[in-house]
Design a protein around this ligand. Structure first.
Ligand code: ATP
Ligand code: MG
Length: 496
């Protein structure tokens, strides 16, 4: 599929990093988002659009494709020199850059063979330090893209070493990217070396217009109702990989007209039958997440319990499993290190609700044929709408985590998610006064009604709390007036 839709806002952030580097005010960016959401595509689009520009090279390296630290060092330098050579008008051939000899020849052509030799003999520290020398000699700057950055945790002390050079360098800025949301958060968190050095860019699903544009392009020649197009967006959450899977399935079925029903069937088939792409994807993520689990079978069992019944406490899980809670507590610790589950108020939930739905259903062994039975189909659709579509996304959680953390610092409190029966708040902090936080992460400004509703809910639960509302896309004039009147503190997004 050769088609790229939108991501204008995200591209602007990356372009901001490029311009800032040129002006000597560099900043780095961390692109964080779930698997298959379009991170790599975005990074490559950015590279393709800007690599012709003067004075700056944009090397790209997927860390997952490198083995040891040594091979990382080699591949990193190879990409840097390759891009620099292109910029200088040499035709460097990749096939000649398979070993250090090849790099040395190219280094000599560029007049940086001394640095290349030193890097070859040295460690990662030399690599990061000498790249600055190389770039200075060549009068170039670099935006270095490191995809699947979380894989660098395999390299001993890598983050500390990189950090000690990143801070002081003028010629290089980084765009790092990763799908292990929790691990990326950890790498960037206050106790780790990179805290404060990266702007976080959370990548979520495509906005509705873009999902629809993509779906239309993929379904060209088929008559598709508007309701069907909107449903594709809603079911897939704008995940471009899911959109492609559903559209391909619809095309293969050879429908002349596509309405909501066809979309439901195609989506459920992609999700629940072994021939589906969404199925294979979730299966891969599930198994990969569990692959490091020593007692895989028990971990799986726990996840199945949570797929059936979410929001259980440790003792409830222990009871269902018939094992002591001390032992189960260790399993839960492991599971929390994967991105599969989250803990809120001592209860455990699936991070990705679609994963939960998938797991629960695939263990029932539903076949493609059965999906055509009206009764089962209607049941599945009902459950999908009820349990999965209403829930928040994995990305939503990561965003909330960040906003809670940042605003907590600002107000000097610690916000935690709050849930009591049906009442939920994005963040609450108890102390001398109670603070309540509402997070709106949408593409349009928050309006007066939203503010009123939040104030009403917060007051009925907590009396006279300090009310804080955060919005990614700002607030309407009316919303500001209402907030002033009701005493709600509004916070706009300065982080991006
Ligand atoms: N903006 C877009 N427009 C059209 N298609 C897109 C867009 N972004 C991504 N895609 C398609 O979605 C699929 C997943 O994208 P991509 O590989 O970039 O995801 P990713 O986030 O890097 O995934 P992973 O975490 O597995 O590396 C690809 O087939 C890609 O072509
Ligand atoms: Mg990728």
């Amino acid at each position: 599929m050769e088609m790229f839709v939108n991501r204008r806002r995200e591209l602007r952030v990356l372009e901001g990093a490029l311009n800032a580097l040129g002006k000597g005010e560099k900043f780095n960016v961390a692109v964080i988002g779930p698997r298959r959401i379009g991170k790599t595509e975005l990074l490559l689009k950015f590279k393709e659009t800007h690599e012709e520009g003067a004075g700056c090279v944009i090397p790209y390296l997927n860390v997952q494709r490198t083995g040891s630290v040594e091979s990382f060092k080699f591949a990193y330098l190879r990409e840097l020199l390759y891009e620099a050579a292109k910029k200088r008008g040499f035709d460097a051939e990749r096939s000649k850059l398979v070993d250090w000899d090849g790099l040395l020849v190219l280094g000599a052509k560029l007049g940086v063979d001394g640095e290349v030799t030193a890097i070859k003999r040295g460690s990662i520290g030399e690599l990061f330090e000498l790249q600055e020398e190389i770039l200075k000699k060549l009068d170039l700057k670099a935006i270095f893209i490191l995809d699947e950055f979380q894989d660098t945790v395999r390299f001993p002390n890598f983050l500390e070493i990189m950090r000690s050079t990143v801070e002081k360098q003028k010629a290089v800025a980084y765009i790092i990217s990763g799908s292990a949301v929790r691990m990326m958060e950890k790498i960037l968190s206050p106790k780790k070396p990179f805290f404060g050095q990266f702007r976080r860019l959370y990548l979520g699903g495509l906005p509705k217009e873009d999902s629809i544009e993509l779906a239309k392009a993929m379904l060209s020649g088929v008559k598709v109702s508007n309701a069907a197009l909107e449903l594709i967006h809603r079911l897939t959450g704008g995940n471009p990989f899911y959109i492609s899977a559903v559209c391909r399935r619809l095309t293969e079925e050879g429908f002349e007209r596509v309405g909501s029903r066809e979309v439901y069937v195609a989506f459920l088939t992609e999700l629940l039958s072994e021939s589906g792409d969404i199925y294979s994807h979730l299966d891969y993520v599930f198994n990969e997440s569990l692959s490091r689990a020593y007692k895989g079978a028990v971990h799986r069992e726990i996840l199945l319990i949570l797929a059936r019944e979410e929001g259980l406490t440790l003792s409830e899980i222990s009871e269902r499993l018939g094992k002591p809670s001390g032992e189960v507590s260790n399993y839960m610790k492991f599971l929390l290190r994967t991105d599969l589950i989250t803990k809120e108020n001592n209860r455990y939930y699936f991070t990705d609700k679609l994963m939960r739905f998938w797991l629960g259903k695939t263990y029932l062994g539903i076949t493609e044929l059965e999906l055509r039975r009206e009764k089962l189909l209607r049941e599945l659709i009902g459950e999908l709408e009820e349990k999965y579509l209403k829930a928040r996304t994995e990305l939503g959680k990561a965003v909330e985590f960040m906003v809670r953390e940042e605003l907590g610092k600002r107000f000097g409190v610690k916000f935690e998610p709050y849930r009591r029966g049906d009442v939920e708040f994005d963040g609450v902090a108890f102390g001398e006064r109670t603070y309540v936080l509402e997070i709106k992460w949408r593409n349009r400004p928050v309006g007066a009604k939203d503010v009123e509703k939040f104030a009403r809910r917060a007051k009925s639960e907590f009396g006279e709390p300090v009310m804080v509302m955060f919005s990614r896309s700002g607030f309407t004039e009316k919303a500001r007036e209402v907030a002033e009147r009701l005493g709600v503190v509004l916070v706009g997004d300065k982080m991006l």
